[in-house]
Design a protein around this ligand. Structure first.
Ligand code: DX5
Length: 226
């Protein structure tokens, strides 16, 4: 069973003065889950929102929430983001002193766990924790901001990650997600390389024909090239 193609909008480009309405619009546009970009101004040079903001938007959709924790020591806020309504927490391998332990803490709290890898981080960083995750996120930008250029040299890394999942028999249990610069021009290459979940911000919010058209355009290109 191959993992389904999913479009996971990033909330980053939404109007932060009307986040609930933005979330509802993303859900109405046919997206599959909502990704919250959580930034601490230390691990990445930007600051966004915390668990209280996520909690205030929980009632606007029944779509799953996942938190992309671009923060140091993510285990210190895991409980709060799960209480806010996130069912999956994605931590950065580079931000965890004890990644194996942090993933265990997230699972003990009842959420599923994912690991994100910055562009320079090799996939070997996750080879000993595949039993603890249901998602690997290969960043296709350096994290911190939306609207950046897709780093196409990450496609061999996506391919490598897909091959590792295949070789370890985990291909059917683990989502391979990418985030950064996903658009109608870049999603085909990432899908062909083996990604099945696509985080998009600008490509959705800036699309001339609106969120629904943008979502179905991305989905059909990914389906056609996987
Ligand atoms: C980077 C962020 C962005 C965001 C998507 O830290 O994680 O990748 O989600 O931004 P776009 O789709 O505009 O590149």
């Amino acid at each position: 069973m191959t993992r389904p193609i999913e479009i996971a909008p990033s909330v980053l480009p939404a109007d932060f003065a009307r986040l609930g309405d933005g979330i509802a619009a993303l859900a109405a546009a046919g997206t599959d889950r909502i990704q919250w970009d959580i930034m601490d101004g230390q691990f990445v040079p930007n600051i966004t929102v915390g668990p209280d903001t996520v909690a205030s938007c929980r009632s606007y959709t029944s779509l799953p929430f996942e938190a992309h924790l671009m923060i140091y020591r993510p285990e210190t806020l895991a409980k709060e983001f799960i209480a806010a309504g996130c069912t999956r927490l994605i931590v950065h391998a580079e931000a965890c002193t004890h990644l194996h332990r942090t993933l265990g803490v997230i699972r003990e709290l009842g959420a599923t766990a994912g690991v994100a890898l910055n562009p320079a981080t090799p996939i070997s960083a996750v080879e000993h924790v595949l039993d603890l995750v249901d998602l690997i996120l290969v960043m296709t930008v350096n994290p911190g901001f939306g609207g950046q250029q897709y780093i196409a040299t990450m496609e061999p890394k996506i391919r490598q990650m897909a091959a590792l999942l295949e070789a370890t028999g985990r291909r059917d249990d683990i989502d391979l997600e990418i985030d950064g610069g996903v658009s109608s021009k870049t999603i085909a290459g990432a899908a062909a390389a083996g990604a099945n979940v696509f985080v998009a911000g600008s490509a959705l919010f800036k699309h001339a024909a609106g969120l629904r058209a943008a979502t179905s355009e991305l989905r059909s290109i990914a389906e056609a090239h996987r």
